[in-house]
Write a protein of this length. Structure first.
Lengths: 205, 633
C-alpha cells in the first residue's frame, strides 16, 4: 500500500523518486515512541515533584539499594545487547541463531522483572507502599509503568518467537523484529533515565 | 502483501460473510470512509445527548430559584455536557471528517493502518459508552469537565462517577492517540506521487498539525488520569494535601493536555473553512504559505499557554505575565488566517451556498470568540472574568461559532462525496439562519451576565441578583437554536433517503476528492493520480483534460486484472476495544475475575492484531461512469 514519496515536475509526468520511504510500521513505531517519551516525561516530572514529599515516612535514601538496582539495570541493558546481536543474525539470514538470542533476551527481560518484584516486595515489607506517601505513589507508579512496558515487551518478543516459525516470517520477519527491537531499546533507554533520576539522585539528593 | 495472499488462499472466502451480512460488515469495517460514517453518526448521537443536557440546564436557569433539577443533578449535567461535547461529540466528528476526506485529498486508497483506524473508533465508542453508562450506575461524574482535585478526590466525590470519568476518558483517549499516529504515517507515506508538502490542501495541513498536537498532548492526560485512578481506586497520595500531595499537579497536567486540546478542536475547523471559502469564491486560497506557517505557529504556541487557565491559582505576576503574553501571541497567526480568508473572498465570485453561509457565519462568530479570548488573556483582568459566565460565553463562541459552524460547513460541502446525495439547500438555509440567530441570542447575553458577576456552575440564583432578564433571553435563544439543529436532522434524514443525486464535482471544486465518483468507490482511486501542482484537480480542469492523469509505476499487485488490493475486514479491533471495556468495568468495581477476563481477551486480541498478517483482498474496479466534467478539456 505504501506509495513512495516522489515528486513530479510541474509540467511533465516524469516521476523522480525523492526519498527512500520508511516502512509504515517503522515510521509508526517511531511516532508512537515519541508519544511514549512524553508519557514517561510526565511520570518522571510527577516523581521529581513528589520525591521529597515523604509524609514523615521512608525517604529515597533509606529505601534504595544501589547494588541490587545495578544488577537489575545491567540485566536490562544486556538484554538490549542480546537483542541487537540476534537482530544482526536475522539480517544475515541465520534464523536459528536469531531465535537463540531472542530466548536469551526474553530470559534477561524476565530477570529484570524478577529484580523489580524482589525490590517491590522488599519496599512493601519496609513500609513504603503506593499509599504510604506521595513519594511512594510516584515511585511505584513510575517504575511500575516501566515494569509493565518491560512485561509487554517480553510478551511481544515471545510472540515474535512463535511467529518466527510461521512461513510469513520469511517475508516480513525483519520488519517485525526491527519494530519489536525499537520498542525494546526504547524501554531500556527509559530505564537509564529512571536509574539516574530516581535511584542515583535519590542516593545523593 | 500480495505475495502473502497467494500463500494463504484458504482465508480468502472468509471475508465474504463480512461483506454480505450488514451488521458484520459494520463490525469488521476497516474502510476509512465507512469508519468516518461511524464516527459522524456516533458523534452526532453524543452531540444530541450533550445538547439535551445543556437544554435541561438552560431550563433550570431560565428563572430564579428554578426547580427543574436538583443541585446534585445540575453538577452532573454540566460535567457531562462539557465532557461529552469535547471528547465524544466535537472531536469524533472532526476525526470523522479527517477519515472521510484526508485519504481522498492526498490521493491514497486508505490510511496507513486500517485496522488501527477501526480500533480508534471502537475505543472512542467504548469509552463514551462507559462514561455515559454512569448515568444508570449510581450517578454521572460531577466535578466539572476538568475534574479538578480536591473536589474529585474520594472524600468530596465519594460515588463512582469520577471513576467512570477517569476510565472512560482513558479508553477513548488511547483511541485518539492511535488516530494521531495513524494519520501522521498516512500523511508522510501515502501521499500520491507529486503531492509535495507544499501542495497539500490546507485541510490536510491542519490535520497534520492537529495529529502532532494529539501525539504530544494526550500522553499527559493519560498519565494524569492514571494518577487519579490510582488515587481513587488504590489509595495513592498524589493530590491529597494531608499526606503532602499537590493538587496543582492535576491542574497543570490537565491543562498541559487541555490547552493543545482546544487547538485540536479548532485547527481542523480552520482547515474545513480553508477548503470551503476558496471553492465558493472561485479563487485559490489567499496566502497559502502564510496559512501553513500560521498553522504551525498556532500548533507550537498551543503548548506554551496552559497556565492561562490558572491565572487565579497564585503563580504570581511574573509567571502570569509570561503566559499572558504567549496567549496573546496566538492572536497573531489566528489573525493571519482570518485576513487570508477575507482576502480569498475579496474580488471572488462568491456563491452563497449553505456551506459558504456557515463559513461566513464562522468568521463573524469565531472572531467574536477570539476577541473575548484576548480579553481573558489579560491576566489582571482575568481575575474579574474568572469562573464567570463571561468564560462560558467565550468558549461557546469558539466551540460553537468556531468549530461547530465549520463542521456544518464541512457536512454541507462533503456530504455529496460521502453519500452520493446532496443535502437540501432550502432546509440548509433554515438550518443556518435559525442556528446562527439562536446561538447568538443564547450566548451573547452570557457576556453581560459574566460581567455582572454571575458565576458559572451555579444551579440557581436569587431574584434580587439582577441576572433574571438575560437568563430568560438566553433560554429563549436555546429554543431557536434547537429548532435550527432540528432542521439539520430533518435535512439529514430526508436527504439520505431522497436527496438529489450528487454529481462527481457538484461545487466545481479544486482538490482530489472531487475527481472521483460520488460516493467514492471502496478503493478511492482506480489509478493513483499524478499530482502536478497545488489544487491538482482544478489544475487538470484548467490546463489538462479535466481528469487526473494516472501516476506511472503505481500498480504492481499480482491479483486478478482490474482489481485493487485492499485491506481485509476484521473483527480484531472490536475485540480489543471490548476487552478494554471489560477491564474498565473490572477496575471500577474492583472485580478481579472481570479484570482477568479482560486481560486475557486483550492479550489474545493484541497478539492476533500484531501477528496475523493481513492478506488483503482484491476489490473489482467499477466501470467509470461516462460523465462530462464541468471544465472544457
Amino acid at each position: 500500500m505504501a506509495n513512495p514519496a516522489v515528486t513530479a515536475s510541474q509540467t511533465g509526468p516524469e516521476v523522480v523518486a525523492a526519498l527512500e520511504p520508511v516502512d509504515n510500521a517503522v515510521l509508526g513505531l517511531w511516532i508512537w515512541l515519541s508519544a511514549e517519551a512524553v508519557f514517561f516525561a510526565s511520570l518522571i516530572g510527577t516523581y521529581l515533584l513528589m520525591r521529597t514529599h515523604t509524609n514523615h515516612g521512608l525517604t529515597p535514601k533509606q529505601v534504595f539499594d544501589l547494588p541490587v538496582t545495578l544488577v537489575g539495570t545491567l540485566t536490562l541493558l544486556a538484554s538490549s545487547m542480546t537483542f541487537a546481536i540476534g537482530y544482526a543474525q536475522l539480517r544475515a539470514g541465520r534464523l536459528a541463531r536469531f531465535r537463540s538470542w531472542l530466548i536469551v533476551t526474553v530470559i534477561l527481560g524476565l530477570g529484570f522483572l524478577s529484580f523489580q518484584a524482589f525490590e517491590f516486595t522488599g519496599d512493601y515489607k519496609r513500609g513504603l507502599t503506593l499509599s504510604s506517601s506521595p513519594f511512594g505513589s510516584a515511585f511505584f507508579t513510575l517504575t511500575g509503568f516501566h515494569g509493565m512496558h518491560v512485561a509487554f515487551g517480553v510478551f511481544w518478543l515471545l510472540s515474535l518467537l512463535v511467529y518466527s516459525f510461521r512461513p510469513a516470517f520469511k517475508t516480513e520477519g525483519v520488519t517485525k523484529a526491527q519494530v519489536a527491537g525499537l520498542y525494546w531499546h526504547f524501554v531500556d533507554v527509559v530505564w537509564v533515565v529512571i536509574f539516574s533520576v530516581v535511584y542515583l539522585l535519590g542516593k545523593v539528593g | 502483501m500480495a505475495a502473502t495472499t497467494e500463500r494463504i488462499p484458504h482465508v480468502i472466502p472468509r471475508s465474504d460473510a463480512y461483506h454480505e451480512n450488514k451488521l458484520l460488515s459494520w463490525l469488521s469495517v476497516v474502510d476509512h470512509k465507512r469508519i468516518a460514517q461511524l464516527y459522524l453518526m456516533a458523534g452526532l448521537l453524543f452531540f444530541l445527548t450533550g445538547g439535551i443536557e445543556a437544554f435541561i440546564m438552560r431550563l433550570q436557569l431560565a428563572h430564579p430559584n428554578g426547580h427543574v433539577v436538583s443541585a446534585v443533578l445540575f453538577n452532573q449535567l454540566f460535567t457531562m455536557h462539557g465532557t461529552t461535547m469535547i471528547f465524544l461529540a466535537i472531536m469524533p466528528m472532526l476525526i470523522g471528517f479527517v477519515n472521510a476526506v484526508l485519504p481522498l485529498q492526498i490521493g491514497a486508497r486508505d490510511v496507513a493502518y486500517p485496522r488501527l483506524n477501526a480500533l480508534s473508533f471502537w475505543l472512542f465508542l467504548a469509552g463514551g459508552l462507559l462514561l455515559n453508562s454512569s448515568w444508570f450506575l449510581g450517578g454521572a461524574p460531577n466535578a466539572g469537565w476538568f475534574n479538578y482535585v480536591p473536589i474529585s478526590n474520594p472524600p468530596y466525590s465519594p460515588g463512582l462517577g469520577v471513576d467512570f470519568y477517569d476510565i472512560g476518558l482513558q479508553i477513548a483517549g488511547i483511541g485518539t492517540l492511535m488516530t494521531g499516529i495513524n494519520f501522521l504515517v498516512t500523511l508522510v507515506n501515502l501521499r500520491a506521487p507529486g503531492m509535495r508538502l507544499m501542495r497539500l490542501p490546507m485541510f490536510a495541513w491542519t490535520v497534520l498539525v492537529t495529529m502532532v498536537l494529539i501525539l504530544f498532548a494526550f500522553p499527559p492526560l493519560t498519565v494524569t488520569l492514571f494518577l487519579q485512578t490510582f488515587e481513587r481506586l488504590f489509595g495513592a497520595q498524589f493530590f491529597s494535601v494531608a499526606a503532602g500531595g499537590n493538587p496543582l499537579l492535576w491542574s497543570n497536567m490537565f491543562w498541559i493536555f487541555g490547552h493543545p486540546e482546544v487547538y485540536i478542536l479548532i485547527l481542523p475547523a480552520f482547515g474545513i473553512i480553508s477548503e470551503v471559502v476558496p471553492v465558493f469564491s472561485r479563487k485559490p486560497l489567499f496566502g497559502y504559505t502564510s496559512m501553513v506557517l500560521a498553522t504551525l505557529a498556532i500548533g507550537f504556541l498551543s503548548f506554551m499557554v496552559w497556565v492561562h487557565h490558572m491565572f487565579t491559582l497564585g503563580y504570581g505576576p511574573f509567571v502570569n505575565s509570561i503566559f499572558a503574553l504567549t496567549s496573546m501571541m496566538i492572536a497573531i497567526p489566528t489573525g493571519v488566517k482570518v485576513f487570508n480568508w477575507l482576502a480569498t473572498m475579496w474580488g471572488g465570485q462568491i456563491r452563497f451556498t449553505t456551506s459558504m453561509l456557515w463559513a461566513i457565519g464562522f468568521l463573524f462568530c469565531f472572531v467574536l470568540g477570539g476577541m473575548s479570548g484576548v480579553m481573558l488573556a489579560i491576566a489582571p483582568a482575568d481575575l474579574q472574568y474568572n469562573n464567570s459566565y463571561f468564560v462560558v460565553a467565550h468558549f461557546h463562541y469558539v466551540l460553537i461559532g468556531g468549530t461547530l459552524f465549520a463542521l456544518f460547513a464541512g457536512i454541507y460541502y462533503w456530504f455529496p462525496k460521502m453519500t452520493g446525495r446532496m443535502l437540501s439547500e432550502r432546509l440548509g438555509k433554515w438550518n443556518f439562519w435559525l442556528t446562527l440567530i439562536g446561538f447568538n441570542i443564547t450566548f451573547f447575553p452570557m457576556h453581560f451576565l459574566g460581567l455582572m458577576g454571575m458565576p458559572r456552575r451555579i444551579y440557581t440564583y436569587a431574584p434580587g441578583n439582577g441576572f433574571t432578564f438575560w437568563n430568560e433571553v438566553s433560554t429563549f435563544g436555546v429554543f431557536i437554536l434547537a429548532a435550527g439543529i432540528l432542521f439539520f436532522l430533518v435535512n439529514l434524514v430526508t436527504s439520505l433517503q431522497r436527496g438529489e443525486k450528487a454529481a462527481n464535482d457538484p461545487w466545481d471544486a479544486r482538490s482530489l476528492e472531487w475527481s472521483i465518483s460520488s460516493p467514492a468507490p471502496p478503493y478511492n482511486f482506480a489509478k493513483i493520480p499524478l499530482v502536478r501542482g497545488a489544487d491538482p484537480f482544478w489544475l487538470e480542469k484548467m490546463h489538462g483534460n479535466g481528469h487526473m492523469l494516472p501516476a506511472p509505476g503505481q500498480e504492481h499487485h499480482h491479483g486478478p486484472p482490474n482489481t485493487v488490493h485492499m485491506p481485509r475486514p476484521t473483527m480484531i479491533p472490536l475485540i480489543i476495544a471490548v476487552a478494554l471495556l471489560i477491564l474498565g468495568y473490572g477496575f471500577i468495581y474492583h472485580a478481579l475475575v472481570v479484570e482477568i477476563v479482560g486481560f486475557m481477551v486483550l492479550a489474545v486480541g493484541l497478539h492476533r492484531s500484531m501477528f496475523t498478517p493481513d492478506p488483503g483482498e482484491y476489490v473489482p474496479i467499477e466501470e467509470e461512469p461516462a460523465e462530462e466534467v464541468g471544465a472544457d478539456g
